[in-house]
Design a protein around this ligand. Structure first.
Ligand code: ADP
Length: 481
């Protein structure tokens, strides 16, 4: 089976969040299930610098007003098709934001172009290769099935995966004329969305199936609280909606061989974590001590419940917790954490940066990871936590709910517990959860059992890749029917 995956970020080339991890790891896992994936992504400067031996495979004279080329290469086992279109992608800043931290003004054109190129490939525009199915991720790739739907050539089956329904790619109606779609695509069956153009909405309408990244989140987004306006459309497509939990790349995230950590360890050598804990204390300037070090590795935003955590920082210190925070985002929140760090030197520390190697060390050295998200489609940091014996303390929502087993009395006595969960997300509930964690930490046998149970959880891509492979097969059968 040949699949074209289309994504706006792919680890290890470009990453701003979990989407990149998934787009980078799922193709490798699918290879074990007889699926060959080629991934189309934009040729940002970081991608062009990191890749070598690129071969042109398709020229597009006019891609929404700009000349472009598709070049192919292989990067660390990933079969990549790179959209080389300097006018849209060769610029400073990140994939979505400019150097000043503002959205690129033409993001709608950049990602419509990515989608347009994906649709051209899907429909046989490339010499020598055509996929059987196309799998697109998030709003940035969501117009692929839309372009296929309104083209004259027959469409192939499509799947759209929603990694976060909060990001929908919604733009004023005035951009519609530039998308090169027929006028009737500006309709309820097409991209029209409350009078504007909705990329994600259009993609959800046109895709043969819709998936999201955990079963709980698939249920939650059917409600007004989580559906962000798209719950009605989802209810309509209910039969085509499925939740498949993300896995992690267990070769990148393996405490036995991780080059980013101070000392390797495994489930039988948990004592080896101590050296990593010392290294975390040193990096963050935390006072050495025998109590727990908990961490946060996150975008500092409202979604992630960071304002709720900020409310209880003084209480955590009172409980004897030392807290290491790695993250950036909301300036006001960053300031709150900096202020807490100033009030509690050695007790609370913030490194406001995006630092992939440090995130590995923290998972290896901290005793627990706090994830108080208001909503969490899947969440990856709790999965890394499980694999590294860094006990997750999580809000009971979305993928956090599907992957962490709360230390209830029943779960503890069955030795099934892998973490602590709480809800709804309020300061009081978060504080109670951390208090519970501290109490469990003070019983080393119980805590170690939880760590080990977490490390035994299957957080690999194996099972989920199998679910994607059978979903692909179902869609291909539907095509044949
Ligand atoms: P989201 O995609 O909503 O940001 P996820 O938990 O799905 O949340 O994925 C976040 C990814 O980004 C994880 O791989 C996490 O380790 C990583 N990450 C988040 N913030 C940082 C940071 N400041 N430094 C390094 N890695 C980070």
């Amino acid at each position: 089976m040949q699949v074209l995956s289309v994504a706006s970020e792919v680890y290890p080339l470009v990453k701003t969040g979990g989407l990149a991890d998934v787009a980078g790891a799922l193709p490798l896992a699918l290879a074990h299930h007889g699926v060959r994936v080629r991934t189309l992504m934009p040729g940002y400067p970081a991608v062009m610098h990191a890749t070598r031996d690129r071969t042109p495979v398709m020229a597009i004279a006019d891609l929404l007003g700009h000349p472009a080329e598709i070049v192919e290469t292989n990067h660390r086992g990933l079969d990549l098709l790179i959209l080389d279109c300097p006018a849209l992608f060769d610029r400073e800043g990140g994939p979505y934001l400019d150097a000043a931290g503002k959205d690129h003004a033409d993001n709608w054109r950049r990602f419509a172009a990515l989608s347009r190129a994906g649709a051209l490939i899907a429909q046989g525009g490339m010499d020598g290769w055509q996929p059987d199915l196309v799998h697109v991720h998030d709003w940035q790739a969501a117009l692929v099935p839309v372009y296929m739907r309104y083209a004259t050539t027959p469409e192939i089956p499509s799947l759209i995966t929603i990694h976060n329904i909060a990001f929908q790619g919604q733009y004023g109606a005035d951009i519609f004329k530039h998308l090169e779609l027929p006028p009737h695509a500006f309709s309820i069956e097409g991209v029209e969305y409350f009078g504007s153009v909705g990329f994600l909405k259009g993609g959800m309408q046109a895709s043969w199936a819709i998936s999201t990244v955990s079963p709980s989140y698939a249920e939650e987004i059917l409600t007004p609280e989580f559906g962000m306006g798209l719950e009605g459309l989802l209810a309509h497509r209910f039969d085509d909606l499925v939740g498949i939990v993300n896995g992690i790349d267990a070769t990148v995230w393996n405490p036995e061989s991780d080059a980013h950590i101070a000392a390797p360890y495994g489930i039988g050598t948990l004592k080896g974590r101590a050296a990593n804990k010392r290294a975390v204390e040193a990096r963050f300037g935390l006072a050495p001590g025998s109590g727990p070090v908990f961490c946060v590795i996150s975008r500092l935003t409202w979604q992630k419940g960071m304002d709720v955590l900020a409310e209880v920082l003084d209480d955590l210190v009172q409980l004897g917790v030392r807290l290491a925070v790695l993250g950036s985002g909301d300036r006001a929140l960053e300031n709150v954490f900096h202020a807490a760090a100033a009030r509690h030197p050695g007790g609370v520390a913030l490194i406001s940066a995006y630092d992939e190697p440090l995130s590995h060390l923290m998972q290896a050295g901290c005793d627990g990871i706090i994830i108080p998200s208001r909503f969490e489609p899947c969440g990856l940091t709790q999965l890394y936590g499980l694999r590294y014996g860094c006990v997750p303390i999580v809000a009971r929502t979305g993928g956090l709910n599907d992957t962490v087993i709360d230390a209830s009395p029943a779960a503890l006595s069955a030795r099934a517990a892998t973490g602590i969960s709480f809800g709804p997300v309020t300061a009081g509930n978060l504080l109670r959860a951390v208090r519970r964690a501290v109490r469990l930490y003070q019983e080393p046998r119980v805590w170690t059992a939880m760590q080990k149970q977490g490390m035994k959880s299957d957080v690999s891509w194996d099972m989920s890749a199998g679910l994607y492979a059978s979903l692909y097969s179902d869609l291909l059968m539907r095509k044949g029917a």
